[in-house]
Design a protein around this ligand. Structure first.
Ligand code: FES
Length: 504
């Protein structure tokens, strides 16, 4: 007998639960596996990131896509946040520091996104929307936060509750679930204030359609909505939860949104039988106590980052040669400055001007290693040649050459007060400095331009060449021994011990 019934579609076969890809390599007791080291360090770090893309989102939000300037991936767990310094009062003023959740998935760690809702009355978010463009670089600290998916979850049944901008860390979680194999069951209940206020709705619709593990329910609160609205209405309530997620008890609940929303969610989840230990919450508009917790967490992360930075040299030295790209200065001789150098948005039509390299010869400074240093050593910021314990060095080039400028430090104007004189031969200025003032502080006061980020001897962005004299440098891993041998130093963490001649 023949049957006209269509053959049953076989059930999808998946491994049990959800396991993050880094979990096995991190817990491995064998030597560092390639994949583990490729993901980079799993602790909060201070780093500089460059915006590579901005994408307007619904609900007054903007997605800012970043990549780290040192070329390393960002190792984080989905749901965590980053503390960012926004230079809203200019590069020399104290930056405004804010925390934002990462909305991208850690399974794509080479770039990462933060999503910022513009609050017209706010101080930082309007500035971010107006000023952050591809090429903008910002100092960051992270990742931070205990609100994240587990590295391994045998059951992997989640209820995600989002209100407004609270979708941000949950978006990272949904993207992560979709990117990974494994049995998972995700219900997202997403509250918005208007039909067009749901950020990422196109992607969420796609994921809900393409991935049977993901279910998305949009819900307008108790506001008026037109007939075209096909989603749900009503505030978060026991009835709504019981109707939409009858098996809420038994799921891990991750909730993010305004304080009032989360307070009511806490009560409602209890009332439908969800144990407090299964509930994780992230406050987006926290009270003073919550903000204090954030500040504490960020401070601890900063301390960890500092400790790690102190051993940065050893860490990078321990990496296999093939992973040398994580070395902060891996491309110091290439076209990209790896650490902290400002870059600009790409204009495909632009003609890139070639700057004339002016070589500088410093009167009274000689260098027996001149031949070794090779042409242009001063302008190349000590990438060749050796200073070490020398008492003098010189930029190369003949004074007969049009491209060579002869500088006599004694003839330069002098500003400032202090026992030692620093001669900035490119700026054409002598700056007097006291024993306690760092070279960077004195230089900045005098208007000498030296790019700098961390100002703690960690990031290496302020590195310059010392042509003559001695400094005492207390760095935190931002410079390597061979660079010091080549005459470089970090002015942010150095004080003058003698008069100095500096290529800046
Ligand atoms: S500014 Fe970071 S090392 Fe000097």
């Amino acid at each position: 007998m023949r049957s006209s019934a269509a053959p049953a579609t076989p059930l999808a076969q998946r491994v049990r639960g959800l396991e993050m890809p880094w979990n096995r390599v991190l817990s491995s007791t064998a030597g560092p596996a390639g994949a583990a080291t490729a993901l980079g360090p799993w602790h909060p770090q201070e780093f500089t990131a460059e915006c590579v893309e901005t994408i307007p989102e619904a609900g007054g939000m903007m997605v800012f896509v970043f990549r780290r300037m040192d070329g390393a991936p960002l190792a984080f767990r989905s749901g965590q946040y980053i503390n960012i310094d926004f230079p809203i009062d200019g590069p020399n003023a104290e930056p405004a520091s804010r925390s934002y959740s990462i909305s991208s998935a850690p399974t794509e760690p080479w770039t990462f996104s933060i999503t910022i809702k513009c609050d017209e009355k706010g101080r930082v978010s309007p500035w971010a929307h107006e000023n952050i463009r591809p090429g903008t670089t910002l100092d960051m600290l992270g990742p931070v936060g205990a609100f994240h998916l587990a590295d391994y979850d045998r059951r992997a049944r989640f209820l995600l509750l989002a209100a407004g901008a609270g979708i941000t860390p949950l978006m990272s979680m949904i993207r992560t679930v979709h990117a990974l194999p494994g049995q998972a069951d995700v219900v997202l209940l997403y509250h918005g204030s208007a039909p067009d206020s749901f950020a990422f709705s196109e992607e969420l619709d796609f994921l809900a359609k393409a991935d049977f593990r993901i279910k998305v329910i949009y819900c307008l609160g108790d506001r008026e909505c037109g007939e075209e609205w096909t989603g749900r209405t009503g505030r978060l309530s026991q009835e709504l939860l019981e109707e939409l997620v009858p098996d809420a008890n038994g799921r891990q609940v991750f909730a993010c949104g305004p304080e009032g929303y989360l307070n009511s969610a806490t009560e409602l989840l209890r009332s439908v039988g969800v144990d407090d230990t299964s509930v994780f919450m992230e406050f987006f508009s926290g009270d003073r106590e919550i903000r204090a917790e954030y500040a504490e967490e960020v401070a601890i992360a900063g301390e960890i980052a500092e400790e790690i930075a102190a051993t940065t040299e050893e860490y990078f030295e321990s990496q296999p040669a093939a992973l040398d790209l994580y070395e902060p200065e891996y491309d110091a001789d290439g076209p990209i400055e790896a650490v902290g150098a400002p870059t600009e948005a790409v204009d495909a039509e632009a003609v890139v001007p070639v700057e004339d390299e002016v070589e500088i010869e410093v009167v009274g400074v000689t260098d027996e290693n001149l031949a070794e240093a090779g042409p242009g050593s001063a302008s190349n910021a000590g990438s060749t040649g050796s200073a070490g314990s020398r008492t003098a060095a010189s930029a190369t080039g003949s004074s007969d050459d049009d491209e060579t400028e002869v500088v006599d430090p004694a003839a330069l104007p002098t500003v400032g007060e202090g026992e030692h004189t620093m001669s900035f031969v490119r700026t054409g200025l002598n700056v007097c400095v006291g024993e306690d003032e760092t070279v960077l502080q004195a230089a900045r006061k005098a208007g000498v331009k030296i790019p700098a980020n961390c100002q703690e001897g960690m990031c290496g962005s302020c590195k310059i060449v010392k042509l003559d004299g001695d400094v005492e440098m207390n760095h935190l891993g931002g410079i390597r021994a061979r660079e010091i041998d080549a005459g470089k130093f970090l002015p942010c963490c150095s004080t003058a011990k003698t008069d100095l001649v500096i290529d800046a």
